[in-house]
Design a protein around this ligand. Sequence first.
Ligand code: ATP
Ligand code: TZE
Ligand code: MG
Length: 267
Amino acid sequence: MQTKTTPGAMLKAMREKPPLVQCITNYVAMNIAANVLLASGASPAMVHAAEEAGEFAGIASALTINIGTLSTQWIDGMQAAAKAAKSAGKPWVLDPVAHYATAFRRNAVAELLALRPTIIRGNASEIIALAGGESRGQGVDSRDPVEQAEGSARWLAERQRAVVAVTGAVDFVTDGERAVRIEGGSTLMPQVTALGCSLTCLVGAFAATAPEDIFGATVAALATFAIAGEEAALGAAGPGSFSWRFLDALAALDAETLDARARISAA
Ligand SMILES: Nc1ncnc2c1ncn2[C@@H]1O[C@H](COP(=O)(O)OP(=O)(O)OP(=O)(O)O)[C@@H](O)[C@H]1O
Ligand SMILES: Cc1ncsc1CCO
Ligand SMILES: [Mg+2]
């Protein structure tokens, strides 16, 4: 494993001092993402209005921006918050939901990329398209395998000087130099809407806890999802029971179990 400190140590540190995370996410994700952060041990705040998003970014320890249900007013709030986070030296995470779908989304994401996100987290179709590749994506769900997106992720990480996380059956994280794969999770996870959006918010929480190790923090968030997802799937009858079991599994996951079970390998 290449991280400075272990995922478990980061999870423990997060719970000892719950970071305030400003999540500008979408209408679909707001509730589950806030619950995912609470269950994991962080403090979420869904603050997106242009009138206050920039000011709030000065208070929060990290910011996450997701373009899932975009509108012009929201873009103003996103840009104000990203600028404020950047100038305060706080990490911010971009989730470019279905950015390839419309010109409105493409333009919004291009402007957000220019504000230099610390971390970019997307599914394989989103990351391939972000690097200018041939993505099969149409809506918000991925139609490409993660392996197909690994080269795109490396390119994007170098070009943006950001950590890039691609999620799917086996997750991939790179900062352009280092890269790892993270195994785990469950096939039920893409059957529950907005778990990826929620993960983006959790990446923000770990980045707030370990701003000195953004790569390690990203890996820790993804490993937390991977192990909690496996645990939740054990007793789940389908996506409905998986969803609540997943929140319980996040809350029950301890540092030692996470470190013992996380399957992270150099790529
Ligand atoms: N086939 C799979 N097997 C195991 N885990 C998976 C699988 N597909 C997705 N996951 C896990 O689900 C979580 C969400 O990733 P996903 O790639 O589905 O995000 P997403 O497409 O952005 O989701 P959404 O847009 O609905 O929020 C990650 O933790 C990922 O590892
Ligand atoms: C279903 C859906 N539509 C816009 S955002 C979202 C949540 C998953 O990305
Ligand atoms: Mg998504």
